[in-house]
Design a binder for this molecule. Structure first.
Ligand SMILES: *Cc1c(COP(=O)(O)O)cnc(C)c1O
Length: 440
């Protein structure tokens, strides 16, 4: 189901970057804040299927999906048609002044697609950060309590509150404080590093929650069920279930930040489903609208309705074009069988990388779910090897594969292919990684 009008092959026709991209890299330097970093100096002309074509006609395999956003492809036909149609009707009225159907339909979809068969309500916003901010708002409003528990390696965004909740200081936080108060950092389950079972890791975290915050002060626990920027850390089995149970027994709102791992990425609509948890509140963004800016908070009716009318919202939140795109994304996931594609991609990736890891000590761990897989790179003593990750990333780019790194230590290579990628391209990209590891 590659809806792409250009050939689905990796192909370099100039040196990198080519002359046209080079010109824009120069103009970028003179026009754009240097604090906005670009990983590769190639400028996109087309993208779709599993390919990004740059201004000079080079075709790259896209193993990043614009950071887990274009899950259904960057030129999905259903999405493009829905955007065009809505743009012909109207691009904005502001839902708070003159509402429209798309907003309500997206909320209806989210309320039924998220785990939990209790009554739910949703609010639509623009970015992942804004969704997390609003999840904290509703949790504080509902509980009347101030404190927020976030985790080691967590990433929740770049606004003031979400910077406070994000774990890694550089580049995200350094020099941008002071940060929002009442955010407490809790130990994460990280089985590859801590060797703890889910029960053991949860007991440790719950002890911290009780000793450092206290349930009577705690509004919410905010956690990524499968951590994204922090290194694709999959917690030990049972960790999240224990935390969710403790939260429900202590009148603490359990918030799942599924901005990166949600929306079909891991082979179910929400990663919480794999973990057997039913969050009180779920944040979605990234993959929700095929690249159009949209995010959402969905949760229990009594939590979402706790404040007064007008307490939530925003000028652009739930933009009608974004909503039309989101409805088309939902349709594509269902009708094009994309959850099955994500599960197939996991099999393909896991098989190749596990075989590689068995013969290469530098791959310390292979982990993830669905089309959200990673390798953690280590040196001969098992310590994080960020240099190797960078080297693999650079060489992959030179060969026409866009690869992203992540992890607090920068030593994790993550794979987030769009689900519109033909299997042959995925095989090709994995082959390039194998080849590079052989050479270094
Ligand atoms: C990307 C991300 C965010 C922030 O989303 P933005 O749209 O960049 O504001 C929040 N949480 C998680 C888990 C993310 O991956």
């Amino acid at each position: 189901m590659s809806q792409s009008q250009f050939p689905q092959v990796r192909k370099l026709v100039t040196e990198l970057p080519g002359p046209k991209s080079k010109e824009f890299a120069q103009r970028k330097q003179e026009a754009v804040s240097s604090c906005v970093a670009t990983q590769n100096p190639i400028y996109a002309q087309y993208a779709g299927g599993g390919i990004i074509v740059d201004l000079d006609g080079n075709s790259f395999i896209d193993m990043g999906s614009g950071i887990a956003v274009t899950t259904v492809g960057a030129t999905n036909e259903r999405v493009a048609a829905a955007i065009k149609k809505q743009a012909d009707h109207f691009t904005h009225t502001c839902f708070m002044t003159t509402p429209y159907q798309g907003y309500v339909e997206v909320c209806e979809f989210l309320n039924q697609a998220t785990p939990g068969d209790f009554s739910k309500r949703s609010v639509l916003l623009n970015s992942g950060s804004e969704a997390v901010e609003n999840a904290v708002k509703v949790a504080r409003q509902y509980t009347g309590k101030p404190a927020v528990a976030a985790f080691e390696h967590a990433y929740h965004g770049r606004t003031n509150l979400t910077m406070a909740m994000t774990s890694k200081v550089s580049p995200y936080k350094s020099g941008y404080g002071p940060f929002a108060p009442e955010v407490y950092r809790m130990p994460m389950s990280n089985p590859y590093r801590d060797g703890l079972s889910g029960d053991e890791a949860a007991a440790r975290t719950i002890n911290w929650l009780e000793k450092m915050i206290g349930a009577k002060n705690l509004a919410c626990i905010v956690i990524e069920p499968l951590q994204g920027e922090g290194g694709f850390i999959v917690p030990a089995e049972g960790f999240l279930q224990n935390l969710a149970k403790w939260a429900s027994e202590n009148e603490v709102v359990f918030v799942a930040d599924e901005v990166q791992c949600g929306y079909g990425r891991t082979g179910k609509m929400f990663d919480s489903e794999w973990e057997g948890i039913t969050p009180d509140v779920i944040c979605t963004a990234k993959g929700i609208a095929g690249g159009m800016p949209l995010s959402a908070v969905t949760g229990r009716e009594e939590i979402m309705n706790a404040g007064v009318a007008g307490g939530l919202g925003g000028t652009y939140g739930g933009n009608p074009v974004s909503c039309a795109a989101a409805l088309a994304v939902a349709e594509s996931i269902k009708k094009d069988g994309l959850l099955e594609v994500a599960q197939r991609f996991e099999k393909i990736i896991r098989e190749r990388l596990s075989a590689l890891a068995a013969s290469d000590q530098r791959i310390g761990d292979v982990r993830g779910r669905g089309a959200m897989m990673a390798i953690e790179l280590v040196d001969s003593e098992g310590k994080p090897d960020a240099g190797l990750a960078k080297e693999i990333q650079n060489r992959a780019y030179q060969r026409g594969v866009i690869l992203l790194a992540c992890g607090t230590e920068g030593n994790v290579i993550r794979m987030l292919p769009p689900l519109s990628m033909p299997d042959e391209l995925l095989d090709d990209a994995l082959g390039v990684i194998e080849q590079i590891l052989k050479e270094i």
